[in-house]
Design a protein around this ligand. Structure first.
Ligand SMILES: *[C@@H]1O[C@H](CO)[C@@H](O)[C@H](O)[C@H]1NC(C)=O
Length: 287
């Protein structure tokens, strides 16, 4: 009897505390205004859903309206309460300057600012093969989406919002293919090395302007653009990329790179999550 009473007293005392801390952790991005490109599926969709669940206003961009609607309805069904802001849907091609400029202007009219930009839109190399078998036309098309598209969206967001407000975080979705040369993937590697270079240079340009730019490689995520065989070593779900995303977002660094697998390795070694964040730029040779 007394132990039961004690238990109920304990429950009464602890319940409000746990629900408060749950509310706090469920609103990690409360009030933040986030733009995600390529959010109609895969990694972009997963990141948009994570941000939405954490209380952010999320604007999602894709070329395909039906995929945007799917992402938005997933967000609505995932949300824990009715206070979760609904997503803002924008059909746009990130390689089209006027479409992107108009889209960003529309978002700013609605929100008045953008705090976080996630440049995720991109695709894999098709077909794969040794360089001399590939077409120059295909390389141009891939660079247009994976690199020029990032330039176009970032440029619009910087000029229209982040530079005037001196505030913002930009995360470019990278890949180990931006660090390592993979045979039969020279086009994809070229695009992802280019993205790392752009990220590093932009980080220097923005160092004193209150804007952080980093790249995040989410690892071997099973998506439609990059289908991975089930059970293959290292293959992870789109949902498992969350910790890496927040490590980059909240790391307080700029011009850095994080790979999701390296975050796992850091944790296995008992290191802080931030130990997995590395500067993109290589140290200069100094004998
Ligand atoms: C860019 O988008 C605009 C507006 O949707 C369209 O009129 C134009 O044809 C597009 N340009 C290209 C090169 O696709």
């Amino acid at each position: 009897m007394t132990s039961k009473l004690l238990l109920s007293i304990l429950l009464i005392i602890t319940l409000p505390i746990t629900s408060t801390s749950m509310m706090m952790s469920s609103a990690r991005l409360a009030g933040q205004r986030v733009v995600v490109t390529g959010a109609g599926r895969g990694i972009g969709r997963a990141l948009a859903l994570i941000c939405s669940r954490e209380g952010a206003n999320v604007a999602i961009l894709s070329r395909t309206q039906s995929e945007l609607e799917e992402t938005a309805s997933l967000a609505a069904s995932n949300s824990k309460d009715d206070d979760c802001p609904s997503m803002s849907l924008h059909v746009a091609d990130v390689t089209n300057v006027s479409e992107v400029e108009d889209t960003i202007a529309t978002i700013l009219k609605k929100w008045g600012g953008i705090d976080i930009l996630i440049n995720n839109a991109g695709t894999s190399q098709k077909p794969k093969g040794t360089l001399e078998t590939l077409s120059a036309y295909d390389l141009r098309t891939l660079l247009d989406l994976n690199v020029v598209g990032v330039h176009i969206v970032t440029s619009a967001v910087l000029r229209q919002s982040m530079l005037p407000t001196k505030n913002g975080k930009i995360i470019n979705i990278g890949s180990r293919a931006g660090k390592v040369g993979y045979p039969s993937n020279s086009h994809y590697c070229a695009s992802k090395f280019a993205l790392e270079g752009m990220t590093a240079a932009l980080a220097e340009e923005l160092r004193d302007k209150g804007i952080q730019v980093n790249s995040y490689a989410p690892g071997l995520v099973n998506t439609r653009s990059f289908p991975k065989p089930e059970g293959r070593k290292g293959v992870r779900s789109a949902e498992s990329i969350e910790d890496g995303f927040f490590t980059v977002l909240e790391g307080g660094v700029t011009g850095h790179y994080l790979h999701a697998d390296e975050l796992d390795e850091a944790r296995e070694k008992g290191l802080e999550d931030s130990a997995a964040l590395k500067p993109i730029g290589e140290a200069i040779f100094s004998p």
